[in-house]
Design a protein around this ligand. Structure first.
Ligand code: AMP
Length: 399
């Protein structure tokens, strides 16, 4: 995949109608936005377009209305908040690409901003229906994708519309693609990847692809125990994906053949049962992974593994991290995840955190400012690490 894509700065937008796909999928409670982070993150692109005198038509999905007109998933709340943040009116369309949206788009003046209704109100959106793509495109002269979180989806508003309009990236997508693209295509070495999370089966292709690129692959979290079991260790009641034991052996052999160092935790926090509720107080012991008792389960990496993983991260020039090292939702079992977040924050390397739990952990711990890049897309960043072509990026014009 070519990561060198045109951005809004590479195309003349003055006086043009610009359809900009944003990620306004913000959390709400009782009709109120509980975090406007995603709206704030979209401001640089929107403000650039406004200042250049474009006629700005924003669109996004929110939640999963599945083609139904659910009023609680209306983007009107986003229009209101965006209007406060921009200090100017945001014209709200009553539909997605229907009569009202088309009339309002046609009446826009240079520098005006409007927002279409939730794209997933229309069934064709997630089916990448060419009719919807054409309708969306008919309102604009240029398409800008600034929603990385949905870039792995081939939907009408994320990719399909680019069949009918010149398409470029906004600042958010540009940053994701340039930093992660460089890390994968041409990383400064040593390049270390740290993977965690619950299951090996969720990250099969990520592991396989990263083994082609990294110098060191670190595996923690629930998935480490399947690797340990594949090495012949007894892992007690730990999470093990028995169907993936051969796969783990294959990956360890691949690492050896490629000269990639693979690090598994040398020690682990153990308890007799999974905490219930997940944040319940729990008594744990720390043992070496060679000595996990039959009636215990591993729920976090231990202090020796924390130190070893942190040292590898600190010695690296590029670090990519995706997935927690343990059951980080629990205050006793979050030590490994905190240690890795801290190591990335302390490292001089280019540090990249894939979305989801690891991104949330860095933010909650207050480390976000010390990380080079925290991806805004969980699923999208994983597919990026898998080496897959993301439809919402592939559709953009090459530089
Ligand atoms: P993922 O969605 O694959 O990133 O996995 C995140 C989940 O993995 C979190 O909810 C963690 O609680 C869980 N997890 C991490 N380590 C373990 C472990 N050792 N045993 C069971 N679950 C774990």
């Amino acid at each position: 995949m070519n990561y060198n894509k045109k951005s809004i700065e590479d195309i003349e937008v003055a006086g043009k109608r610009v359809l900009c796909r944003c990620d306004f999928n913000v959390p709400t409670k009782e009709g109120r936005i509980t975090s406007d982070k995603r709206i704030v993150a979209a401001l640089p692109t929107i403000e650039y377009l406004v200042n250049k005198g474009a006629k700005v038509i924003l669109c996004s999905h929110m939640g999963k209305p599945k083609g139904e007109w659910k009023p609680e998933l209306s983007l009107k709340v986003v229009a209101d908040r965006l209007s406060e943040l921009l200090g100017k009116e945001v014209i709200m369309a009553a539909d997605v690409a229907g009569e009202d949206a088309k009339a309002k788009a046609a009446a826009l003046k240079d520098g005006d901003v409007m927002l279409l209704e939730n794209t997933r109100y229309i069934k064709g959106e997630t089916k990448n229906d060419p009719e919807l793509s054409k309708d969306l495109a008919s309102m604009a002269d240029i398409f800008v994708n600034d929603a990385f979180g949905t870039a792995h989806r081939a939907h009408s508003s994320t990719a399909g519309v680019a069949d009918y309009l010149p398409a470029v990236s906004g600042y958010l997508v540009q940053k994701e693609v340039s930093i992660m693209g460089k890390a994968l295509a041409n990383p400064e070495r040593p390049f270390v990847a740290i993977l965690g999370g619950a299951k090996v089966s969720d990250k099969l292709n990520v592991i396989n692809n990263l083994l082609e690129k990294v110098d060191t692959l670190i595996i923690g979290g629930g998935m480490a125990y399947t690797f340990l079991a594949a090495q012949g260790y007894t892992v007690g009641k730990s999470l093990v994906d028995n169907e993936k034991l051969d796969y783990c052996k294959e990956m360890m052999a691949k690492a050896q053949a490629k000269g990639v160092k693979m690090l598994l935790p040398v020690d682990t926090a153990i308890a007799s049962a999974f905490p219930s509720p997940i944040d319940a107080e729990i008594a744990v012991d720390y043992v070496d992974c060679t000595a996990i008792p039959e009636d215990q389960m591993g729920l976090d990496i231990g202090p020796k593994a924390c130190a070893e993983f942190a040292a590898a991260a600190k010695a690296a020039k590029t670090v990519v991290w995706n997935g927690p090292m343990g059951v980080f939702e629990n205050p006793v079992l979050n030590k490994g995840t905190i240690a890795v977040a801290q190591a990335l924050a302390d490292s001089d390397a280019v540090t990249i955190v894939g979305g989801g739990d690891s991104a949330a952990a860095c933010e909650q711990l207050g480390f976000a400012g010390s990380i080079t890049h925290i991806s805004t897309g969980g699923g999208a960043s994983l597919e990026f690490l898998e080496g897959l072509e993301l439809p919402g990026i592939a559709c953009l014009e090459d530089k």
